[in-house]
Structure formats: structure tokens, C-alpha cells
Design a protein around this ligand. Structure first.
Ligand code: HEM
Length: 364
């Protein structure tokens, strides 16, 4: 450390005790010795959301939230603004990757039973984060004001109309007018750049506070280490130091994901930016095949195959409620998936069902 840096650290140490805080939370803080790669997915999410904030701010410097100018402003960002194409591609591809990692983080937490007591609140805060993530994608999708944005939003907001009695009212609230237009763009923009990111930041704070306070769960696989309870905190006295050992492992996983993100954003952004996204919105020309993004295909197809759209919405609502309440439904202490046959069958069955319905939705 240079003399100047040491002086700065000394100055801070005398005032806020940063050396002690670093010891307590990094070098002397231990994570389970049998920790596995899936425990890094939370950190990967933190980095991905950080990057979304950064690229989002860069886009915001040139984007214009008006139906007459939105599409052209995005075109200008991509074609004229220096490195604008990179910010735009990273933001669009990053949002898809964040949903992939959100799903993997959630599935690994389910598979290893980490949602169980005492982590019910960590799970619930995660469940809210999952919904905020989806809402960010839904609202962001409209902003480029392309054919795809316009018609996908028309279809998704229409679904709310099938709720009995208040359906019409809900559609009106979502769109701000009877049809998707400038008012919809205004409210989706406000949600996407202010309301939802603030909500996400607040809940991420609560989620991390809970993870730190309770301690990382001991994985149900591998050679188990010791767990000592100190109040509500689970200590791992024979575990590996968080810093530098575990941080080095996390850096490796994060680098691997970032390399994949940059490779897709630079070489194959069309995987996540299809042809309809390159046409400006035309309210008088409905495209032949309008499909939502891959992560909403299951919801789209459920609405199509149920006798009425309302039954479809009710089934989706029931599933999401079940997911939110999972730790309160599944209360046995056993966490090893192979010693929970009913759980394992449901886990595999539900994933297969979701993939099947989504593929069906894609090709229908
Ligand atoms: C913005 C989204 C999210 C971020 C940034 C995030 C971040 C993290 C981090 C850093 C950890 C600690 C390390 C790890 O186990 O990965 C963690 C743990 C956890 N997360 Fe998340 N998470 C997010 C979303 C979710 C979601 C969607 C769920 C489930 C619905 C969830 C449930 C949990 C649980 C139960 C733990 C405790 C795991 C354990 O101690 O074994 N999280 N999260």
C-alpha cells in the first residue's frame, strides 16, 4: 500500500473502524468448506444488475421517451453515439442473462433446500426481486418503440382485461389510455428508470442483510463442515475465509459469465434482438407472429390453452402464490434432494412442464 493510501485508511480507521469491519466481514468471516459454484450465482446477479444500472444510465443520456422520437433515438445510440451500440447490446443481452441467472439462483436455492427455516424471509425477499426483475424486463421492452415492443405490450396488457369486473380498469391503468400509445410509454419509462430500480435496490439491500445476518447455509452435498449457532447467525468455524479464498472463486465465476455476456453482445446480439425489434412501431400493422420474450412464453401459452384467459391468469396466480409460500409449505428440515423423493419428482416434473409449455408457445 502506498503511504497515501495507508494514510487514507488510517484516517478512516480512526473514525469508522474499517480495519475491524474488514476483519469481521472478510478475512475472519468464514463460508462453508463444502461451498459449491451455485453459491456464486447471487454475486453474479449483483454484478449483472450493476452493469444494467451503468449501461442504463449511458442509454438514458440519449434516449427520448416519446412515440415520435423513441425509435430514432435508439437508432442514433446504436449508429452514431460512440460505443452506443455496445451499451445498448450489453443492456439488452444483459437483461436476458440476468433472467437466466435469476432462474438458476432460484432453482439452486430450491434444489439445495436453502429456502427452509431460518431463511424464509431471505426467500421471500428473493421472490420479490424475481418479480421486480421480470417487471423491469416487461417495461424496458416497450421503450425502443419497435413493432415488437408495441405489439408485445399490446398483448401483455390485454391479458389483464380478462379479470372479471375490474379487467377494463386494469388495462386502462397499465396503458394510461384505451390503446398502447404515448401515455403507456410515459408510465413504462417512469417505472423502468425510477420506480422499479429503486425498489430493486431497496430489496437487494434487505436480501443481502438477511444473508449476512443468518449466514450462508451449509450445502447438503460434499464433506460437511461444523456449524455453530451464535444467536441467529450460523458460523462455520472450519470453513474457508471469505477473503481472499472465496472472493477469488467468485471472481472466476463472475469473469466467466461476463466473458459470455460480452461475446454475445459483440458477436451475436441478434439472438436477443430479433428482426421485429428493428422495425419502428406501426399501430396499424399487426405483425403475423407476435411472441413475448422466452421467459414469458409459459405465461402466454397457459393463457392460450386454458378454456378462458381468466382461468389461465388464475392458474398463473396460484402457481406464483405457491412459489412465494414454498418455505411455509415445505417445512421438514431435510435438505438433501435425494432424501426428498416427492420434492425431487415435483422439482423435475415442474421444470419439464415449464420447458415443454414454453417450447409449445414458441412453435404454436
Ligand atoms: C436481484 C436478484 C438477487 C440478488 C442480487 C441476490 C443475491 C444473493 C446473494 C449475494 C446471496 C448469497 C450467496 C448465494 O447463496 O448466492 C443470496 C442468497 C440467497 N438468495 Fe438471492 N439474490 C437475488 C434473487 C433471489 C431470488 C429470486 C431468490 C428466490 C426466490 C433468492 C433466494 C435466496 C436465498 C434463499 C439465499 C440464501 C442461500 C443460502 O444461504 O444458502 N435470491 N442471494
Amino acid at each position: 500500500m502506498t503511504t497515501l493510501a495507508r494514510k487514507a485508511v488510517d484516517w478512516l480507521d480512526e473514525r469508522v473502524g474499517i480495519r475491524e469491519a474488514f476483519r469481521e466481514n472478510a478475512t475472519e468471516y468464514r463460508v462453508p468448506r463444502n461451498i459449491n459454484v451455485f453459491y456464486s450465482l447471487g454475486t453474479v446477479l449483483l454484478v449483472l444488475f450493476g452493469l444494467q444500472f451503468l449501461t442504463g444510465i449511458l442509454l438514458l443520456a440519449h434516449y427520448v421517451p416519446h412515440p415520435d422520437q423513441a425509435f430514432d433515438s435508439v437508432k442514433r445510440i446504436v449508429n452514431e453515439v460512440p460505443y452506443g451500440w455496445l451499451a445498448r447490446n450489453l443492456h439488452a443481452v444483459g437483461s436476458n442473462l440476468a433472467i437466466v441467472v435469476l432462474l438458476l439462483h432460484m432453482l439452486s436455492v430450491i434444489f439445495m433446500g436453502s429456502y427452509k427455516k431460518p431463511r424464509e424471509l431471505t426467500w421471500l425477499s428473493g421472490f420479490i426481486l424475481f418479480n421486480l426483475g421480470l417487471a423491469l424486463c416487461l417495461t424496458g421492452y416497450l421503450l425502443p418503440w419497435s413493432q415488437l415492443s408495441f405489439w408485445a405490450t399490446t398483448v401483455s396488457t390485454e391479458a389483464a382485461g380478462s379479470v372479471p369486473v375490474i379487467g377494463e380498469y386494469l388495462v386502462r391503468i397499465a396503458r394510461g389510455a384505451p390503446t398502447v400509445g404515448g401515455a403507456t410509454l410515459g408510465r413504462f419509462f417512469a417505472l423502468h428508470v425510477v420506480v422499479l430500480p429503486l425498489g430493486l435496490l431497496a430489496i437487494i439491500g434487505a436480501h443481502l442483510m438477511l444473508v449476512r445476518r443468518i449466514g450462508i447455509s451449509r450445502p447438503p452435498f460434499g464433506k460437511p463442515g461444523e456449524v455453530v449457532k451464535k444467536g441467529v447467525h450460523e458460523d462455520h468455524p472450519d470453513g474457508i475465509p471469505f477473503f481472499p479464498n472465496y472472493v477469488a472463486e467468485e471472481i472466476a465465476v463472475v469473469s466467466f459469465v461476463l466473458a459470455g455476456l460480452f461475446a454475445i453482445a459483440v458477436f451475436s446480439p441478434e439472438v436477443f434482438i430479433p428482426a421485429d425489434a428493428l422495425e419502428p412501431a406501426d399501430p396499424f400493422n399487426t405483425p403475423a407472429h407476435i411472441k413475448p420474450e422466452w421467459y414469458f412464453l409459459w405465461a402466454y401459452q397457459t393463457l392460450k390453452i386454458m378454456p378462458t384467459e381468466f382461468i389461465g391468469l388464475a392458474v398463473q396466480g396460484a402457481f406464483m402464490t405457491f412459489l412465494a409460500l414454498l418455505p411455509f409449505v415445505d417445512r421438514k428440515a431435510e435438505r438433501h434432494p435425494f432424501r426428498r423423493p416427492l420434492f425431487l419428482s415435483l422439482f423435475v416434473g415442474i421444470i419439464a412442464l415449464f420447458i415443454g409449455i414454453s417450447v409449445w408457445g414458441h412453435y404454436s
